[in-house]
Design a protein around this ligand. Sequence first.
Ligand SMILES: O=C(O)CCC(=O)C(=O)O
Ligand SMILES: [Fe+2]
Length: 336
Amino acid sequence: MPLHSAGLEVLVELSSRECPIHTHIVSCNHEVAPTLSTILKDLLSFDNGTRIDVVDYVQLENTQASSHLDIVASIMEAPGVTNWDDNPRPRLLSALSIPSKPKGLGACSLSLPADMLQTSVYPVAGKGENARPEWLSCLSPMGAITAPHKDYHGSSQVMYHISGEKLWMLWPPTPNNLLWYGKRRDRTSTTNRTVEAIREMEGMTVLHVKDPIGFSLPPYGIHAVITFSASSHAGIRVWGYDWIDEAFPAIINEIEWAGNAASNRIPASDGIEILQDILAELKNWDRLLKEKGMHGRADYASQLLAEARKKAHAKVSALTKQVSNVRIGNAAGEKY
Ligand SMILES: O=C(O)CCC(=O)C(=O)O
Ligand SMILES: [Fe+2]
């Protein structure tokens, strides 16, 4: 199995070095302990028309085509597959962002620690009395290997491991690590990127999870994951004052990266799209200032937010001009 050898390479690489344990452990409370069946309930309560991000680790592509039952079947079948080159190719499907439903994970009342709640905001599902943290969960089959990546544009995340056995590898968003990531991002690679990340990035920590545990990832925290047995976990985005020193330099870094599309070998239109996503996510910091504005760092956060917004808008205008110049150039070319 190709994934087997890729996983083995990662484990051999890890075994050759010191791997400090990830220390950002977060105590999440719940009224009812979430289980694998809680997450299956969430997955199966959606009709097939609902878009849930699904990745096939054999074909290494995002696939929206599979039904929710295909995911369950793949999770059940994965341990028994002997030939991953068979025709048709077996699939190894993970569901990456399953929204919690009131009768599924919502009923567990999984919450963030009180001190974090005082200084941060997070997405909320439902209204009034039914309002609850909007956790998204993830179901992965045995053998899934998620390459190093970052999620979103500047929120930190709290993860809560629910079931199964996994190894998380985590890298802090240092300038060197962001540079490494920016160079490799969005490019398909035939090399083992997790091994490269272990060798080339700085400050890696690891977390081997088997029992339920909560932990946090900083904004732009880069992470890779190996799943040893069918697993489930939930995650939630968090915007808080404790994270602004890490979040804003990395947001500016990504704005520069997307804004300098040509030198980073991405199409200008993709650069604009990424900048628009960043601008949309910046609104969550407005929410923080509005809902928790009495904090001692509110003015500072507001200043960082204004600077990031200004820079993103300037880059969008510059890239938009580039795109329209190319269009005018092409039109002229067609004419003559
Ligand atoms: O569990 C995995 O394979 C990937 C999980 C992940 O990257 C996430 O939840 O953000
Ligand atoms: Fe992720």
